[in-house]
Design a binder for this molecule. Sequence first.
Ligand code: AMP
Length: 282
Amino acid sequence: MNLIKTKTEIAKYVSEKKAQKSTIGFVPTMGALHQGHASLIDFGLERHDYIIVSIFVNPTQFNNASDLEKYPRTLDQDASFLGKYKNRIAIYAPTAQEVYGPDVISKQYNFKGIETVMEGTHRPGHFDGVGTVLNHLFRQVNPDEAFFGEKDFQQLLIVKKLVEIEKLPLKITGCPIHRQENGLAMSSRNARLTPQQLEEATFIYKILHQVNKDFKNKSASKLRKWVTGQFNENPHLKLEYFEISNVKNLKPLSRKRKNQKYRAFIAAFAGEIRLIDNMAVN
Ligand code: AMP
């Protein structure tokens, strides 16, 4: 296992591998690794000789100081979690100064409307932070392909746009959401939930599942009403938003159109922990 902390070293590592005609996949993460991250790594290892996993809790994408402070940081545990992959994995775990230089600030992006809905509305500045850090990391790591989870579906679309805007020479690939057996989407934030909250949080999956079942026969506005009602009756979870959107541009669904694909999205709080999930509905 290679643990690399500087951009000079990561550039050297990657150029040596590329000189041997090896290809490099990249899985950017904020650490506290779980099976969801592992599913991205496994996906990447089928296509590339080496995978670089970055572990960096990016300050500019947090709009809530307490969320940033309490975000789990478990580098030693993460390194042992990746131990089984042996030398096909390198961890890139830089400091903020290493990633950004002296000024840890976001660039302002125009992602053509994808950034103004859902997460963009509720987490101001979030996607500028995501775009800025990934622009730095992509340039430092210089991978052939990077893998992102559909768990953060809006982020996946943002990253595809970012690569276009910055004209970066890499492919962006989305990977399916990895869930626990009870349906709960795996997330680093789950580590902050009590056993009881972990159980209660499966409600989010159950609602998405039902929306998926009802999508054919009910209008979007009926479904929105039903979901809001269900959350209002649930004392354990507070709904922040529910949306059904076109998968291409994330525009909220008003009238279903043939040949268009839609997904349902939920953000909800279990206590102070914010959880997101989504599901394809047709
Ligand atoms: P994070 O460490 O939460 O920033 O996530 C790093 C990457 O892992 C992102 O591309 C996420 O979408 C992805 N990811 C996180 N949880 C899951 C999951 N349950 N299934 C699939 N991908 C995930």
